[in-house]
Design a protein around this ligand. Structure first.
Ligand code: DAH
Length: 399
């Protein structure tokens, strides 16, 4: 019987399943017995079956992994194995030999299967045990002892100060640490002879006459912010500043300030005080009371020193009470000196392209180290710059 020619080309690539079209003479009704002389049919006697069983048992015993054992199973009990072929050949034996051959092969196969199962159990158990051992965690081992870092408390405090300003709707502005003399002094209305320009106070960048310096204050960021963003403007400018100071318990050549600048129509010193009151409450808690004392700064007019009421005396003695004469924070005065402030000088507004007839502004500057020292009783500024992580761990986590 001819098969119809494949209609689709790819079908031709698929081999026809074996026995899909058995030849007519190999039907169930008329089986064709495989004669023992067929090459596939092995001799079934005790010697050959015994040898096959022995070979299988030896291979089983030699398997050291379940993967090995799988290969042994296929080799010795799979379709092509002698025992399987012998099993298949039994049906073609003369009737009187079938029972004996069946028993011989059946027992042989049984022994091999039994050994396979037993070995499988042993090897699987060993493998599982090895896997568990490999995954075991020794809880008595020392823990990870690598030291953990911590944010420096100045960074944490600066973040907290920034949070305050962002909370009242101001923006954060930054400027470069290497600054032009013009930004740091001239635009801020500092007289050419102003003592702060001297080499004793200011670190200039070589070569001499470069006109560049390490900024001595964050005030130049006022100028940059006004030039870049224009009025109205509400910015806080935190950053590192530098002065030609020797380091001691209360001074450092490198320290941090935060500058506040508000430019708008109709701003007065009342707005300045209100802002400082809110900042004082945010930083120190308690009743916010700011006191201004007249002073002079080139970039503000009028200018003032600002003091916050001592939070420690308030907490200990109540608001109506005078200061604690022995207070470590305020030295018994009841007030903490916080920095400078004032109304932005018209010359500064003009230098930064803002019309002083139209806009007014207030500004203030505070030292962040000083706030940290007061707030967290840090007695020596050198502790802040030494870089000992224990200092940061102590103060840096939550302040
Ligand atoms: N820049 C001043 C300083 O470093 C601090 C300061 C005073 C900033 C008055 C201001 C201000 O904005 O209005 O000592």
């Amino acid at each position: 019987m001819r098969r119809p020619a494949p209609r689709l080309l790819e079908w031709s690539a698929v081999p026809a399943p074996r026995r899909a079209h058995p030849p007519a003479h190999r039907t169930k009704a008329n089986p064709v017995s495989e004669s023992p002389s067929t090459p596939d049919a092995p001799v079934i006697d005790e010697a050959s079956i015994g040898a096959a069983v022995d070979a299988a048992l030896a291979a089983i015993a030699a398997a050291t992994t379940t993967a090995d054992l799988k290969a042994v199973r296929i080799a010795h009990t799979g379709d092509a194995a002698l025992l399987s072929r012998a099993n298949r050949a039994i049906k073609d034996l003369p009737k009187d030999q079938k029972a004996a051959a069946g028993k011989l092969v059946g027992q042989g196969k049984g022994r091999v299967q039994k050994e396979l199962a037993a070995r499988q159990q042993v090897l699987a158990a060993a493998e599982e045990e090895a896997a568990l051992a490999a995954e075991t965690v020794d809880v008595t081992l020392p823990t990870d002892r690598r030291p953990r870092g911590a944010a420096h408390p100045l960074t944490t405090l600066q973040d907290r100060i920034e949070d305050f300003f962002v909370g009242i709707g101001w923006e954060i502005a930054e400027g470069p640490e290497i600054e032009s003399e013009w930004m740091n002094f001239d635009a801020l209305n500092a007289d050419p002879e102003h003592p702060s320009r001297s080499l004793q106070d200011t670190l200039y960048v070589a070569p001499e006459g470069s006109g560049m310096l390490l900024r001595t204050q964050t005030s130049p960021v006022q100028i940059r912010a006004m030039l870049e963003r224009g009025a109205p403007l509400y910015v806080a400018c935190p950053g590192t500043v530098f002065r030609a100071d020797e380091i001691d318990a209360t001074h450092s050549p490198v320290f941090h300030q935060v500058e506040g600048l508000a430019i708008d129509k109709g701003l007065t010193m009342a707005h300045l005080v209100g802002t400082l009151d809110a900042l004082a409450a945010h930083l120190f808690g308690g009743a916010p009371i700011t006191r201004l004392r007249p002073n002079h700064f080139p970039f503000t007019e009028p200018s003032a020193e600002m003091d916050f009421r001592c939070f420690r005396c308030d907490a200990r003695l109540g608001l109506d009470h005078d200061a604690d004469p022995a207070c470590r924070v305020c030295g018994g005065t009841g007030w903490i000196e916080m920095g400078g402030c004032g109304m932005v000088h018209p010359n500064v507004l003009r230098a930064a392209g803002v019309d002083p007839e139209e806009y007014q502004g207030f500004a203030f500057g505070l030292g962040i180290e000083r706030i940290l020292m007061l707030r967290n009783s840090v007695a020596d500024m050198r502790d802040m710059v030494e870089g000992d992580v224990r200092f940061s761990q102590h103060y840096g986590t939550e302040i």
